[in-house]
Write a protein that binds this ligand. Structure first.
Ligand SMILES: Cc1ncc(COP(=O)(O)O)c(C=O)c1O
Length: 434
């Protein structure tokens, strides 16, 4: 090319959750039965959509207006419904005009960071859901600025670390919170959330809170929404239907803006996001139309409860197995449907292996781990995949130096889930001893 066509942040865009699929598919071709524990799609893992939900969707499919564009902000009656729900909680109050729909939160995330001034940074958690950390890093063309989620303290944010990142980095303009969290499954207690908002207030920052797993909590935990604690601080909550309904293929999520009018700069920024969406016209219409009818259906709470009870049970099954394995840091998950496990420092080295029966598969895995840049946890993940067919994601691909892996709690068959957890635990013990 006569001109450099690469964006300054092109190198920051990675998504190992899907990259690992290429490796798994290659091994499938070599005859390995793969258990996909890498991706957080309940549908892919066999979630059955209840008939009453399908009937509601079908009714809207029969309406001609479902096939049209909708207003740029989103379908008005749906925004009214959402605003009423938020206002009923009694925290910060919003109007339908404080809501902006996107084609899934993936779209929202890329616009939120993409339309931020390049030199303004949002401090993100480490480990971090990669879509956030990559989009933030790509917008700045630099490594993400991170604060620590502490594996020695239930994966809660370390507020001292967060304050240091803010204090000594004047470019930081906002704080990202993911609660309940992906990849750790942590649910933050009210005092931690309030502490994060207090820091935003103290340093004149805005808050972004990803609440896509807001209603998926268990083990007696509940997740406080940002609207309850934000007070007068400018902020935004990201919500969607991908995980809860679950309808990830609908590509439908929204942002609720809080206190935008209290800060002229933040208000302009909010309007720039609206304009960015206006240039695209609007987001997907059908799921927005369906949303109020689905959420207010009498069967919805029971349907959600049944799924959450399963995640609770699985979180305890996995915790009880992994906490007995030597060499790991394990926290019980209380929300979302992921679990992140960390290898204690110094437990992994570049010589450990697992026995792989097939010569072809073994050679393929050996080729994959031979590269100079393969992290130690990725090496473990590839060996586990080759030896057992269980596909998890290396933790180091979630913007962290910690070495470990993330798995999901989405398997529907309890016996199979127990078997997968047992297989991983045995694999770890064997790998560490090799
Ligand atoms: C924390 C978090 N935010 C956002 C998303 C993306 O959601 P959507 O399907 O709405 O793009 C995910 C998907 O895994 C997620 O885990």
């Amino acid at each position: 090319m006569r001109t450099d066509i690469l964006h300054i942040g092109a190198g920051e865009l990675t998504y190992e959750i899907r990259n690992i699929v290429n490796v798994g598919e290659k091994l499938e071709k070599l005859g390995i039965k793969v258990y996909w524990e890498n991706i957080g799609d309940p549908i892919y893992k066999g979630e059955v959509i209840p008939q009453w939900m399908k009937e509601i969707v079908a009714a809207y499919v029969k309406e001609d207006l479902s096939y049209g564009y909708c207003p740029t902000r989103g379908v008005l009656s749906t925004r009214q419904f959402i605003a009423e729900q938020t206002n009923r909680r009694g925290g910060v109050q919003i109007t339908p005009d404080d809501i902006l729909f996107f084609n899934g939160l993936g779209d929202a995330i890329s616009k939120v960071f993409g339309f931020l001034k390049r030199t303004a940074r949002v401090v993100v958690p480490t480990p971090s859901y990669t879509t956030h950390s990559s989009a933030e890093a790509a917008h700045a063309g630099d490594r993400p600025v991170t604060y620590m989620l502490d594996p020695d303290n239930r994966w809660y944010p370390d507020l001292d670390d967060l304050e240091k990142r803010i204090k000594y980095n004047p470019a930081v303009a906002g704080i990202l919170i993911i609660n309940p969290d992906n990849p750790t499954g942590a649910v933050y207690p009210p005092e931690i959330l309030r502490g994060m908002v207090d820091l935003a207030r103290k340093y004149d920052l805005f808050v972004v809170c990803d609440e896509v797993y807001q209603n998926i909590t268990y083990n007696g935990q509940h997740s406080l929404p940002l609207s309850d604690v934000i007070g007068e601080v400018p902020g935004m909550a990201m919500r969607g239907i991908s995980k809860e309904m679950p309808w990830p293929g609908s590509r439908c999520g929204w942002i609720e803006f809080y206190n935008a009018h209290r800060d002229p700069m933040f208000e302009k920024y909010m309007n720039s996001l609206l304009n960015a969406k206006m240039v695209e016209v609007c987001s997907t219409t059908l799921p927005q139309k369906v949303l109020p009818a689905l959420i207010s259906h009498p069967e919805y709470p029971g349907y959600l409860r049944e799924r959450i009870a399963r995640y609770e049970k699985y979180s305890n099954i996995a915790y009880d197995v992994f906490k007995k394995v030597d060499g790991l840091k394990v926290n019980r998950t209380n929300g979302a449907f992921y679990m992140s496990i960390v290898f204690e420092e110094g437990r992994l080295n570049g010589r450990q292996t697992l026995p792989i029966a097939s010569k072809e598969v073994r050679e393929h895995v050996e080729g994959l781990v031979a590269g100079p840049k393969v992290s130690l946890d990725k090496r473990f993940v590839y060996y586990l995949l080759g030896a057992t067919g269980v596909c998890v994601v290396p933790l180091s691909s979630f913007a962290t130096e910690l070495q470990g892996f993330r798995m999901t709690l989405l398997e529907r068959d309890e016996e199979r889930f127990r078997k997968i957890v047992g297989t991983i635990a045995d694999g770890i013990a064997q790998y560490l001893a090799s």
